[in-house]
Design a protein around this ligand. Structure first.
Ligand SMILES: Nc1nc2c(ncn2[C@@H]2O[C@H](COP(=O)(O)OP(=O)(O)OP(=O)(O)O)[C@@H](O)[C@H]2O)c(=O)[nH]1
Ligand SMILES: [Mg+2]
Length: 448
């Protein structure tokens, strides 16, 4: 995420030296301007940003540090508009959030992602409400989403009236002491009066603390325009941009808050439940300037990995008891974390590597399929104790999973290395080792 934008900023930063003249500044600003316009940031937003950086740099005397400070504070001002940031809880539970947006923008998926984020990361009890009674199968879709993240769903398929459903849901939420209620609503093809009226009625019934507008970032400046008219008609408190993974330009995220004066709160970048990130201006500024976001990375990991499980795993690794079941589980959770590319950009100094990894697809990787086949051909005992694997067993397994013995040996060796490496990283020097390894990787072969 943000690779294109980060590249624009870091390349402008590289153009400025410690002590410099006006010509160098003009050149850096000119390049930045071109890059931002290319990234589809609205021209007025670009102009304001560039002007602000120029004035601030000149006021402090032209030089690299001054330029960095100016850029940092101008970016922060651009992103930090009046309103809440991240997820904000109401003083009295339950916090009620109404999810709105055009048809297909990603409301239902985002409702699930947000529920998962609040449940796993913030340990909240979440109730998701199915108030889309327009589209056939909408309730069923939401039910599947909720089942996959193990979050409770409130639905009433006999009802045709979302207002009744919402009233029932709020009453229930209060009774069973839910922390957060997320209401998924019907999509609108365009802003038409009938559906707007329905939304207004739902709003009256739900009395939400906040209304989130879910916008498809791939629709570019259209996303900004529709968010603006939703804000005029219904009033919105936050924007969530979705499908950011498919938006190679990404500039909408930079401009939307200042353009409509409503803060951007979350960004969705992928179809999986873990593919959501909280949008906090100061963190994003660091990231855009190529400084990474370790906090965000930790959050991302912990929204996937169960803390208790992580501790247990750590214990096993240290004792050398890491087995094939753990291995498979780790692979699965890496998959849930989303693409490697989006993760790399969060590690300081690694943003440049993100583009090299863009084609590395965990889910469809042939290697991962082989590993899965291999593990599923093992007996339970073998999975728990890799030491059992003698030649006869290896031959049986190879047959069972349709691989050659050479393949089986190679994967087993990989597993041994992974388990050794894990043991190393679990120690005190772990992070240092990991960084060294990353450094080597950067100069080494690219993963396929
Ligand atoms: N790549 C990608 N796909 C997404 C993302 N968010 C949602 N989608 C996909 O977009 C499609 C529509 O998502 P939904 O969540 O059903 O959208 P919706 O707004 O609820 O749609 P309606 O209920 O019909 O109005 C689905 O295929 C999702 O998987 C995202 O961040 N990235
Ligand atoms: Mg939906």
């Amino acid at each position: 995420m943000f690779e294109a934008l980060t590249e624009s900023f870091t390349s402008a930063i590289r153009k400025i030296r410690f002590h410099d003249d006006e010509k160098a500044l003009t050149k850096a600003l000119g390049e930045l301007k071109k890059a931002l316009l290319k990234a589809d940031v609205h021209h007025k937003v670009v102009k304001d940003l560039i002007d602000s950086v120029e004035i601030k740099t000149k006021m402090a005397a032209i030089g690299k540090d001054q330029f960095l400070d100016a850029l940092r504070s101008s970016l922060y001002e651009l992103l930090n508009v009046k309103g809440n940031a991240g997820f904000v809880y109401a003083p009295v539970s339950p916090t009620v959030i109404l999810m709105t947006g055009l048809q297909g923008s990603g409301k239902t998926t985002t409702t699930g992602k947000l529920a998962n984020f609040l449940k796993v990361r913030q340990k909240k009890r979440v109730l998701v409400v199915a108030a889309d009674l327009q589209r056939l199968a909408a309730v069923e879709q939401l039910r599947q989403v909720c089942a996959s993240i193990e979050v409770e769903l409130y639905a009433d398929e006999t009802s045709k009236n979302p207002v009744d459903v919402v009233k029932g849901a709020i009453e229930y939420a209060k009774k069973v002491l839910v922390d957060v209620v997320l209401i998924d609503t019907a999509g609108r093809l365009a802003i038409d009066d009938e559906l707007m009226d329905e939304l207004a009625e739902v709003r009256t019934a739900a009395k939400p603390h906040e209304i989130f507008y879910v916008a498809d970032s791939m629709s570019g400046q259209d996303a900004v325009r529709t968010a603006e008219s939703f804000n005029e008609k219904i009033g919105i408190d936050g924007v969530i941009l979705t499908k950011y993974d498919g938006d190679s330009k990404g500039g909408v995220a930079l401009g939307i808050a200042s353009q409509i004066q409503v803060p951007l709160r979350f960004i969705g970048a992928g179809e999986k439940m873990g593919d959501i990130e909280i949008f906090l201006p100061d963190r994003i500024v660091n990231r855009l300037m190529g400084l990474g976001d370790i906090e965000g990375l930790a959050e991302r990991t912990s929204s996937i990995v169960d803390e208790k499980k992580a501790k247990e795993l750590n214990r096993k690794i240290k004792k050398g008891e890491f087995n094939f079941n753990d291995f498979l589980e780790q692979m699965e959770s890496l998959k849930k974390m989303g693409s490697m590319k989006s993760i790399m950009g969060m590690i300081p100094g690694m943003s440049g590597m993100a583009s090299a990894l863009k084609d590395f697809d965990m889910e469809n990787s042939g290697e991962l399929k082989k590993i899965k086949a291999l593990v599923s051909s093992m007996t339970m005992k073998e999975r728990e104790d890799p030491e059992l694997l003698n030649n006869a067993r290896k031959a049986r397994i190879a047959k069972g999973c349709g691989l050659t013995v050479v393949d089986v040996n190679r994967i087993l060796k990989q597993f041994k290395n992974a388990s050794k490496m894990a043991k190393r990283f679990s120690g005190k020097k772990g992070m240092q080792d990991l960084q060294n390894m990353m450094g080597q990787m950067q100069g080494g072969a690219r993963p396929r």
